[in-house]
Design a protein around this ligand. Structure first.
Ligand code: FAD
Length: 458
């Protein structure tokens, strides 16, 4: 990073919004992907689209890489500045600009934390359904870039389904408005569809227009207890095959159940796996009937107990257990690799079984949990020694290949980023990867924007 670049940067940003010192750069060297530490040479905190545009133009002039970041909760290494340069943080652009109740629309800056948005719209009787489990700290900009989903995706879909329009700064510094603020609109190519899920490689969102729904008046949650993981997985398939559409069907396998128990949560004796099922709607009585039907189907599929949360505190306790899964698994062994494969729903039991077999064959502990209702499973490989790494890589590859063989995909919500770029070719042929690279080149001719992500190294 030469002195001309640094001097020009200082002219664009106030001194307080540029971090050159080690201490303040350090947090921007990591995210939640366990991919390692990659310190940027400088962190720039943007406060406007004009600043984002100016810094992109400057980075093009000096061929300096720039990596956008939100809260750095990402699990695929998307925000890691692997080639150094600038970490461009959107965290200070954190205003909810307008909630337009009659239009069911909200306009936000990208640094707004998801939970803050949810609380603000719910206070007005409105609902923004996407709910990644990191909702208390991830940002809308990161959600857009990763097309984040969560437990409620089963009924309500993922982030892309709610993005109407974007103010978008391209890597060459053009500020564009794409999309619309109406529910319908088909003029031109769907650039919103292209930008959502582009993992910080095609530019940066500086304003986001989202669609809202009316807030469901009632929510009911149940815990279905199964004797084994396979029975639990079969329970998920049975519930969906019965024509029921709860808003969540989360599965915790035996390893996940044990890990959460170690963190102080007690499941009934004999619990081998659990499903967290949640229904929502207008009429509490109708919901109760739906939950009873769901319990009957679960019981026929092998559940030996169905526990319905009687009040909000019991409900939040169930969700607390779900949120504990990832940190509790982390405590079981020194290291863990987390996958987020997806398979067609009918293949959930097969995928769970095959994952278990892969772990057994390679002598590794594997936990499978997650948003099983939409086929999205987090298969975690747990290990204690770096000597195990060759077997761990073999296990991850085998799990991902199995998902693709079963008609699924290598990532349902975490993105490819750095973590899975070597696996993309399992799912996509070379021509498709080449086409995407040429789209990237069109937007980013100098290759400054979050380089080294998504696509396999040449
Ligand atoms: C405990 C835990 C639970 C999680 N649960 C879920 C889950 O249920 N579902 C799910 O989908 N994910 C989940 N995640 C992953 C993660 O929280 C999401 O990917 C989230 O969307 C990332 O948001 P962020 O603000 O932290 O983005 P970051 O991690 O900072 O960045 C992610 C990507 O977005 C890009 N980016 C950031 N801001 C912008 C912007 N304004 N414009 C363009 N690109 C930008 C970055 O370059 C990077 O590529 C979980 C993570 C953790 C730690």
């Amino acid at each position: 990073m030469n002195s001309d670049f640094t001097a020009a940067l200082r002219a664009l940003f106030p001194a307080d919004d540029l971090y050159f010192d080690d201490e303040r750069r350090e947090p921007y060297a990591r995210d939640e992907s366990d991919q390692g530490r990659f310190p940027p040479e400088v962190v720039a905190l943007a406060r406007s689209a004009a600043q984002v545009s100016a810094i992109f133009k400057l980075c093009n002039l000096h061929k300096v890489p720039v990596t956008p970041c939100g809260a750095r909760s990402g699990k695929s290494g998307g925000s890691l500045p692997i080639r150094g340069g600038v970490a461009l943080s959107l965290e200070k652009m954190d205003r909810i600009k307008a909630i337009q109740k009659e239009d069911l629309v909200v306009v936000v800056e990208p640094g707004v934390v998801l939970e803050k948005l949810q609380q603000a719209v719910e206070a007005q009787g409105l609902f923004y359904p996407p709910d990644p489990n990191s909702q208390d700290w991830c940002t809308l900009g990161g959600n857009i870039a990763e097309n984040a989903g969560g437990p409620r995706a089963l009924k309500y879909g993922v982030t892309r389904d709610y993005v109407l329009g974007l103010e978008w700064v391209t890597p060459t510094g053009e500020v564009m408005r794409v999309g619309k603020r109406t529910i319908k609109g088909v003029a031109g190519y769907d650039l919103v569809g292209l930008f959502v899920g582009s993992e910080g490689t095609l530019g940066v969102a500086t304003e986001i227009t989202l669609q809202l729904l009316p807030l469901p008046r009632a929510v009911k949650t149940a815990l279905l207890i199964f004797p084994s993981t396979l029975k639990g997985a079969e329970g998920v398939s049975a519930i969906l095959a019965a024509g029921l559409l709860p808003r969540t069907l989360e599965l915790l396998d035996e390893t996940a159940v044990r890990a959460v128990e170690n963190s102080g949560y007690a499941f009934p004796p004999g619990t081998g796996a659990v499903i967290i099922a949640e229904v929502d709607g207008l009429d509490p009585e109708a919901l109760m009937n739906e939950l009873v039907r769901l319990g009957e189907v679960g019981t026929a599929a092998g559940a030996h107990e169905v526990l319905v949360a009687q009040d909000e505190s019991q409900r939040s306790r169930i969700w607390e257990a779900r949120r504990k899964v990832s940190p509790s698994l982390r405590k079981l062994t020194r290291f863990k690799v987390s996958d987020d494969i997806v398979v067609p729903r009918s293949q959930i039991p097969t995928m769970v079984q095959r994952t278990r077999e892969i772990g057994d064959r390679l002598g590794l502990m594997v936990a499978t949990y997650g948003h099983a209702g939409d086929g999205n499973l987090h298969a975690n490989v747990l290990y204690n020694s770096l000597d195990d790494l060759p077997r761990v890589h073999e296990a991850v590859e085998a799990i991902v290949r199995t998902a693709v063989e079963l008609g699924g995909t290598i990532t349902g919500e975490h993105g490819v980023g750095l973590a899975k770029k070597g696996l993309l070719a399992f799912e996509q042929p070379p021509e498709l990867i080449a086409l995407q690279r040429s789209i990237q080149k069109l937007f980013d001719p100098n290759g400054i924007m979050n380089p080294g992500k998504i696509f396999p190294d040449a």
